[in-house]
Write a protein that binds this ligand. Sequence first.
Ligand SMILES: Cc1cc2nc3c(=O)[nH]c(=O)nc-3n(C[C@H](O)[C@H](O)[C@H](O)COP(=O)(O)OP(=O)(O)OC[C@H]3O[C@@H](n4cnc5c(N)ncnc54)[C@H](O)[C@@H]3O)c2cc1C
Length: 335
Amino acid sequence: MHFGVLGSGIIGLTSALELQKEFPTAQVSIIADRFNEDTVSYVAAGIFRPGTSFMGPTKGITQQWMTDAFNYWDEIRRSKESALAGVCQLSGYIYSRTTPSVVRNHFIEQLLPVYRRATEEELKLCEGGWKYGSFFTTCLTESRLFLPYATEKFLKNGGQVVRQHVSNFFDVPKDFDVLLNCTGMGAKELCNDQQLVPLRGQVLKVRAPWIKTAFYGDLDTYILPGFETVTIGGCRQYDSYNTEWCKYDSMSIKERCYNMLPSLKKAEIVRECVGLRPHRAVVRVEPELITNPSGRRLKIVHNYGHGGYGVTTAPGTAKYAVKVVRDMLAGNSKL
Ligand SMILES: Cc1cc2nc3c(=O)[nH]c(=O)nc-3n(C[C@H](O)[C@H](O)[C@H](O)COP(=O)(O)OP(=O)(O)OC[C@H]3O[C@@H](n4cnc5c(N)ncnc54)[C@H](O)[C@@H]3O)c2cc1C
């Protein structure tokens, strides 16, 4: 067996590791044109907190993705690998001035070790006049550490990495038994997928080691402490392809976050980053059999469209995608 994985972001790497785990004698190759700091995955703060509109093929499958993903991250967090892999525990608050449903989350209220209503005192922990709030304890995966960690693990397991841009699935360097398509926004061109839309995001990574708690406010405002820096953000610009850093977004982010926690004004800005979240109303994890004009056939399992929650859900969709691979090889998929 020889599997190909197109894409080396968080989705491609977790899928490749899952293939190696489930098919230990198979060869697995990753093909990608961007790695580590050049991927969208690198920009993410990496908090495990799915949006409530995140959707897989069914409600049951989506909840299973959440459970599998949380268990995967939490197992790394408990292990001796956690510092190397960039996985830690993080607690924090989500607040709203206007909408009580914003602070609820059906995916994780039962899954996380702690998810509860914030007390009146806790609503005053930072500026904003917050009316509704929840406190929760979750995981954070810092891609800056996890992507190289996962790549090294993949190579140690005998995997191969090829740097190549692919403009058509039949461009891939080998005749793979199955090709996993984990190309994020790249799938827009490769699959001619009109349902895949960029949700542009911009964040600042600042040095503020005194901040140990996560805070979310209204209007996409968040303060998320990581291993070395705190990610402050953000914005969500629908259908924007602008990968340039925007000074107006940066001013707005600073104003909103500084209002919440004034001590951030003293924090050194380490990096400003932009990423296009690959948003799809229904995340696409499904098989497809494609044939080119000369009759060559290729089995593909798609795994893309995770929007703003790719770090959260990657191990869950990877596990599901590899099950789809197994079904496809056994002739059990509905193709
Ligand atoms: C500002 C911001 C903050 C975020 N914060 C969080 C967060 O806190 N928690 C969370 O869960 N998620 C967060 N996200 C979302 C998360 O980053 C994405 O969902 C995730 O990175 C998507 O991963 P991916 O592997 O699909 O895409 P990518 O990381 O973009 O990887 C795509 C891969 O495919 C390859 N590729 C694409 N097209 C081709 C081609 N034609 N040929 C060859 N290779 C190709 C690329 O080279 C790359 O290796 C955030 C995103 C942004 C922008």
